[in-house]
Design a protein around this ligand. Structure first.
Ligand code: F6P
Length: 364
């Protein structure tokens, strides 16, 4: 009997369960394969006692439309940065990658499928270089991986953000307000850009293009006549003023890899008031609502395609690769290629041209 282990790591993302189900259903068509899952990313395999579960068809039945991940996840720690409490109460991290690879071997696990974002596909690459048979599946609501046309979960996040814009438009119009919506998007503004176009926002501020507050003010004033009017602004959490840095705070969670972004919408509100904006302003931070709940059909389909392909890459022993969607095909790239270039919004991206054509202001 051969064994493949699924790992879900990083932030959760709508469609993770559909990938898990697809791997299991595809593997069940091969006589000699068993699928197991590590609980909470690689932590399940690193913990004593080990937390590994068998995933058969019964275990994954009907999970394709459920949000989250039945295997749980984390964006802290991992094999290269395992948190250890020291005698004085402080924390340090140790590299347990070699031990983990040995343990995977003892447990008779022949290959690993790591469903994760860009940061953790770096972990996949490092483990592959140490000899682990690993295949990556791209996962991020931010859609910031350039080695695939799209990642599952992104369209669901765009849908949720667009529904929020739709709701805020009616309240902004009723109150003659400036309505700010902060959405996720650490380095890449794809969610904000898509939601702004789909929801008809007038201003869209992205991490890729630091904004000038005077340009934002000018657009706002062009929408108000004799104090009446309204305007909707969609801003990515990673956006920043030309004169400033991102709004972020350090996390006190041990081994957390990112700076915690949130609050740029409220900062923008303050900047507008300082710049002389006299209209009523309200800010909404959409936050983790964008990652939860039922994946839309598009993401379930893409996730299912990724899961089937990931298992087939294992069968073909194409390790050190990541599944990729290149319209109309589901294919693969090397992990090295997958992590080399982020997918950022550029000035000449087709959707930016459309957005500029629609008159959306980017504060540039
Ligand atoms: O990478 C996806 C993402 O949704 C980012 O946009 C966001 O900054 C981050 O995850 C937040 O993750 P968490 O709150 O789970 O640490």
């Amino acid at each position: 009997m051969k064994r493949v282990m699924i790992v879900t790591g990083g932030g959760d993302c709508p469609g993770l369960n559909a990938v898990i189900r697809a791997v299991v259903n595809r593997a069940s068509q091969e006589k000699d394969w068993e699928v197991v899952g590590s609980i909470e990313a690689f932590n399940g395999i690193l913990r004593e006692p080990t937390e590994i579960v068998v995933l058969d068809e019964a275990a994954v039945r009907g999970i394709h439309y459920q949000g989250g991940t039945i295997l749980q996840t984390t964006n802290k720690g991992g094999p290269f940065e395992w948190p250890v409490k020291q005698k004085d109460g402080s924390w340090t991290t140790v590299d347990r990658s070699d031990e983990m690879i040995r343990k995977i071997g003892y447990l008779g696990i022949d290959a690993v499928i790591n469903i994760d974002g860009d940061g953790s596909q770096r972990i996949s690459q490092a483990l592959y270089e140490k000899g682990l048979n690993i295949v990556g599946v791209p996962k991020t609501i931010d859609n910031d991986l350039s080695a695939t046309d799209s990642t599952f979960g992104f369209q669901t996040a765009v849908q949720i953000a667009t529904e929020a814009v739709d709701k805020l438009v009616t309240t902004a119009a009723s109150h003659n307000r400036v309505q700010i919506l902060e959405v996720m998007g650490r380095d890449a503004g794809w969610i904000a850009l898509n939601a702004a176009v789909a929801g008809g926002a007038e201003i869209c501020l992205l991490p890729e293009f630091p904004y000038n507050i005077n340009n934002v003010m000018e657009k706002i004033e062009s929408r108000f006549r004799k104090g009446r009017g309204f305007i909707n602004i969609v801003i990515s959490e990673g956006a920043r003023n030309v004169n400033g840095d991102c709004v972020a705070r350090e996390s006190n969670e041990v081994g957390y890899r990112n700076r915690m972004l949130s609050g740029v919408g409220f900062q923008l509100e303050k900047e507008l008031i300082s710049a002389g904006c006299e209209h009523s302003i309200r800010t909404t931070v959409l936050g983790h609502l964008q990652r939860g709940g039922v994946p839309i059909a598009y993401d379930r389909v893409l996730a299912s395609q990724f899961g089937v392909k990931a298992f087939e890459l294992v069968l073909e022993e194409k390790f050190g690769t990541m599944v990729s969607y290149r319209h109309p095909n589901i294919t693969y790239v090397t992990l090295q290629e997958a992590i080399s270039t982020p997918n950022l919004v550029t000035y000449d991206t087709a959707l930016m041209k459309t957005a500029r054509g629609l008159g959306i202001c980017f504060g540039m």
